[in-house]
Design a protein around this ligand. Sequence first.
Ligand code: SF4
Length: 170
Amino acid sequence: MGRIKQRRHYEERYRGNFFTTNLNALIGWGRRYSLFHYPFITACCGMEYMSAACGHWDFDRFGVGMTTFSPRQADMLFVVGTITQKEAPVLKTVYDQLVEPKWVIACGACAVSGGIYDNYAVVQGIDKIIPVDVYIPGCPPRPETILDAIDKLQDKIQHQKQDWRWKPKS
Ligand code: SF4
């Protein structure tokens, strides 16, 4: 019996009692729904973040509920608000301290591009300092937009190639 035929045979026989997958998909699924995020909040978009995190929207429902203020216990960085040149090194340090694999969401026009602050004191987009996985437009973005961004990030995490092997520190 060929491999595919054999798999179908077992799936038919034990219908509903098991499923087939691969390690990459399984790890992706686990990572997708167990994000520990570090909120780096500096300005007014913070209200929208709070609204998305609590009350009506409650993004804990999607597996992003664990908020931590230790970057060493976080794997997702939520950058919310304006980042000034003085804050830039702090943001970079926090990013460097996150555990691998790690992801970043830039929330609001200021984090994405500097927003209305087109001047020398404000970083014109956090991707000038750190890599960004998902951008959320708007000044400020609605909580629904934040939920949509979380969903997009989770899709990305689920489908990326998972690096799961233990590597010694060099
Ligand atoms: S994008 Fe708008 S609401 Fe958000 S931090 Fe900037 S100025 Fe404030």
